[in-house]
Design a protein around this ligand. Structure first.
Ligand SMILES: NC(=O)c1ccc[n+]([C@@H]2O[C@H](COP(=O)([O-])OP(=O)(O)OC[C@H]3O[C@@H](n4cnc5c(N)ncnc54)[C@H](O)[C@@H]3O)[C@@H](O)[C@H]2O)c1
Length: 302
């Protein structure tokens, strides 16, 4: 709830008139990200004491995770503890409270070992500890559906970007990293080959699909890729950020990070068939991300 996608989702849900409660242990998220109007609980998803918080809840978005791939590679035990055990605890809480529907985050990382592009939902080939933890959560969701008749929607986000994206993590997301470095007049770091390509999708477009999950029963018990269906090389992103900021500095090149796929590209046929379409072009989305980072700098947080 206090992270990137959760806090943006909360703002959108409040705007749409929903009542919103949220849980976050603030391990990575920040209290200041939680919008006014949310009933916020600083709790850990692994704590069985959270069960009572699910009473009377209609739908749950489960987004909490340890999700920096290099941090997960460094600590597989905590990765499993949060992303698998924590996820099961959320499913159990929802089961006991009779929640109508759980919408939860998987990841495009599930396709790490695939060489089919664009990648359809059927191509699950996890490799990194992070991706393995997401696939374990997927199997638990299937078992909860099978044995308890619960309703789930699994969302495989590709590279979601926009305001409130967490730039504090060990290896910040590529766009935030470039923006921060260039605004500070420092050389940005590029890991691995510049041809590494990513499918970037803007947070508002993701929220359009979140609303669809609440309102359209065709999303029940289904899994969806949420990307833009286009991808860009890290170098293209660097060039664009550099042009938008009017700052040019030679990037510093470092070896590739472990566990990172060389390419992601979503096959969004399934989500598109429900009428969903990513609307925000890369330049417009990036300008919003730049505005956010600039405001964080003005507040002295960076
Ligand atoms: N952002 C992306 O591009 C992307 C891509 C693929 C998948 N995802 C998935 O989407 C979800 C949301 O991602 P995000 O980008 O908003 O990440 P984020 O790190 O900004 O938010 C995750 C939140 O989970 C909280 N959290 C972690 N451990 C917790 C625990 N034990 N108890 C309670 N709260 C805990 C953190 O404090 C943080 O606020 C994650 O499950 C992530 O794996 C995100």
């Amino acid at each position: 709830m206090a992270g990137f996608i959760g806090s943006n989702l909360a703002v959108r849900l409040l705007k749409e008139g929903y009542q919103v409660a949220g849980i976050d242990n603030l391990a990575y998220g920040l209290q200041e990200n939680v919008p006014d109007g949310v009933e916020f609980h600083e709790r850990d998803i692994r704590d069985r004491g959270i069960y009572g918080l699910f009473e009377g809840v209609d739908a749950v978005f489960h987004l909490a995770a340890k999700n920096c791939i290099s941090d997960c590679q460094a600590d597989p035990i905590e990765t499993s503890d949060i992303n698998v055990t924590g996820t099961i605890n959320v499913f159990e809480a929802a089961r006991l409270a009779g929640v109508r529907k759980i919408i939860y985050a998987e990841s495009s990382a599930l396709y790490e070992g695939s060489s089919i592009f664009p990648t359809p939902e059927s191509e699950v080939r996890p490799e990194s500890f992070y991706a393995i933890s997401k696939s374990a959560a997927m199997h638990f969701a299937e078992a909860y559906r099978r044995f308890f008749g619960m309703t789930f929607t699994a969302l495989r986000y590709f590279c979601v970007y926009g305001p409130i994206q967490d730039y504090r993590r060990t290896i910040p997301p590529v766009m935030s990293a470039f923006i921060i470095k260039l605004l500070k007049g420092e050389r940005p770091i590029i890991y691995g080959k510049c041809e590494k390509r990513r499918d970037f999708v803007y947070i508002d477009d993701i929220n359009d699909f979140h609303l669809l999950c609440l309102r359209d029963s065709r999303t029940d018990d289904e899994t969806f890729n949420l990307g833009s269906g286009e991808n860009h090389s890290v170098l293209e992103i660097y060039e664009l950020v550099s042009r938008l900021l009017g700052v040019r500095l030679e990037p510093e090149f470092k070896p590739d990070l472990p566990g990172e796929a060389q390419m992601t590209l979503a096959d969004i046929t399934k989500a598109s068939a429900l009428g969903w379409k990513p609307k925000t072009d890369l330049e417009t989305g990036l300008l919003h991300a730049v505005d956010y980072i600039k405001s964080e700098m003005a507040e002295g947080r960076i």
